[in-house]
Design a protein around this ligand. Structure first.
Ligand code: ADE
Length: 488
């Protein structure tokens, strides 16, 4: 099972870690000299404060709380507020907390350095602090400019985690990722492949020689990884966490369903009942959104390119049509495809006055806002995460969260209860990578599948913490299902 973390013989492990540390000192990312030489300039700084340390300046405006080379967050004084949110999440993530308790004594990640790029939410904070509790040195950035919870980021910084993240870090998104690479990580954790891509494209030699392995959280990220592996350009093994059953069958469906509606409601407060709600893409995420919107009385229209996913929609009682047709009918549009230009100029032009448009896919490419600008004569902010575009034809279209994932930009992302399983998968995959490394096993530079035993362990633990019990097959029943001669 991927998680078995029997300790490697102490000497061998220590040797491996020492070797890693020695190798690490040759890493290209060290050219910024950031985490070692960073001037400890604790306090609030405006843009550019870190120049003297050799770290390139941030481009974004505003004030930051920053200790050069250690953290850069919006406002460290929000740490107490963030700590309460993290404690709230901890109390709803029993599986992750169970694994933390189980391994904190044996310190299976000791000597390893992990860089992560994943939405800085209260749930992510529980994962980050679990990595640290198990011995890893951790550096973190967000994976979307609009998904960082600033108080949570402040709490992590105050708790000693290296973190470079703030809500609205559009111009500095990659600056933040680069700062996490200053740690010279030998493990990476991604949601959307931006960290893996940066390490591979800018520090290829380092990626090949020094990184033990990584994980990827999301559907589109795994697609990118597979494309990279197929091109022979993946330089270390990466677990496809998204493909764990205890991830995609729960987080993608129930998590996305609830958090997307939460985001739309916080940004608009509209009534769903009676509305024509267009869901672009009826994969797992789209299914969750459609199911929950339907449960609130919306009439669902699905647009799809895959026949099997379209049929599923039909059998759920939804209508299925092309976006060209749906654009004329919809009151609310939500994209969940992972593909660009799903809603574009011709669709905006045929939409009804007052249509609401949002996206819940990872990247902000699904709604072509550039084309919306082209056909608009004005734009104003109505309320947080709700922009009104006035078209040249006089119609108004409302875009939520700049077309970025509405569930994290306008709400808090998926609930802690479901992230519990997703992040337990993240943790167990990193434990497996660390174990293989400490035992001297080289995993192939491929996209790795999740061990089915890991899924089973997480599901069973989750059920147990929910107070549910299951049946067990008897010996006779087991023999019956394995009996090829058993007939009618
Ligand atoms: N992705 C979706 N919801 C999330 C959450 N609550 N935390 C981190 N990543 C997420």
């Amino acid at each position: 099972m991927a998680t078995a973390t029997k300790k490697a013989p102490a000497k061998k492990a220590a040797k491996a870690v020492a070797k890693a540390a020695a190798q690490a000192s040759a890493k290209p990312a060290a050219k910024n000299g950031a985490h070692k030489n960073g001037t400890q300039t604790n306090g609030v700084h405006t843009n550019g404060a870190a120049k003297s340390t050799g770290i390139p300046p941030k481009k974004g405006k505003g004030t930051f709380s920053e200790v050069a080379g250690k953290y850069c967050v919006r406002d460290i004084s929000q740490a107490e507020e963030g700590r309460k949110l993290i404690q709230w999440a901890e109390s709803r993530m029993p599986v992750l907390m169970h694994i933390r308790d189980k391994y904190k004594k044996s310190q299976p990640l000791k000597g390893l350095r992990l860089a992560g790029s994943l939405h800085v939410t209260k749930e992510t904070a529980v994962l980050v602090e679990t990595f640290a509790a198990l011995g890893a040195e951790v550096s973190w950035s967000g994976c979307n400019p609009l998904s960082t919870n600033d108080p949570v980021a402040a709490a992590l910084a105050k708790g000693g985690i290296s973190i470079f993240a703030w809500y609205g870090n559009h111009e500095d998104f990659y600056w933040c990722i680069e700062r996490t690479i200053d740690l010279k990580p030998n493990l990476t954790l991604d949601d959307g492949c931006d960290l893996i891509n940066t390490v591979h494209e800018k520090y290829a030699d380092y990626a090949r020689k020094e990184v033990i392995g990584g994980t990827e959280e999301t559907t589109t990220g795994v697609q990118r990884l597979r494309a990279r592996a197929a091109a022979g350009k993946l330089y270390y093994p990466v677990y496809a966490v998204n493909d764990a059953i205890t991830k995609w069958d729960f987080d993608n469906v129930y998590g996305t369903g609830q958090s997307t509606l939460d985001g739309i409601l916080r940004a608009t407060s509209v009534m769903f009942a009676g509305k024509k709600f267009v869901v672009a893409g009826h994969g797992h995420c789209g299914q969750g959104v459609a199911k929950r919107a339907s449960g609130m009385g919306a009439n669902i229209i699905i647009t799809e390119v895959k026949a099997t996913s379209a049929i599923k929609g039909v059998l759920e009682g939804y209508r299925v049509m092309s976006m060209d047709d749906a654009a004329k009918e919809g009151d609310i549009f939500c994209t969940a495809t992972g593909v660009k230009d799903i809603i574009r100029k011709k669709h905006f032009l045929s939409m009804k006055d007052g249509a609401i448009v949002c996206n819940t896919g990872h990247y902000d490419a699904e709604i072509n806002l550039k084309e919306l600008e082209e056909v608009s004569k004005g734009k104003r902010t109505i309320r947080p995460n709700c922009e009104e575009y006035t078209l040249k034809n006089g119609n108004k279209i409302y875009v939520l969260a700049e077309g970025r994932l509405v569930n994290l930009a306008a709400a808090e992302g998926h609930p802690s209860e479901v992230m519990d399983m997703s992040f337990s998968n993240q943790l167990m995959c990193h434990l497996a990578l660390a174990k293989a490394y400490k035992e001297g096993k080289k995993l192939p530079n491929q996209v790795l599948d999740i061990d089915p035993e890991q899924d089973e362990f997480i599901a069973e633990t989750k059920l147990r913490t929910m107070g549910m019990s299951m049946d067990k097959l008897s010996k006779e029943q087991l023999a019956y299902i394995n009996d090829y001669n058993a007939g009618t």
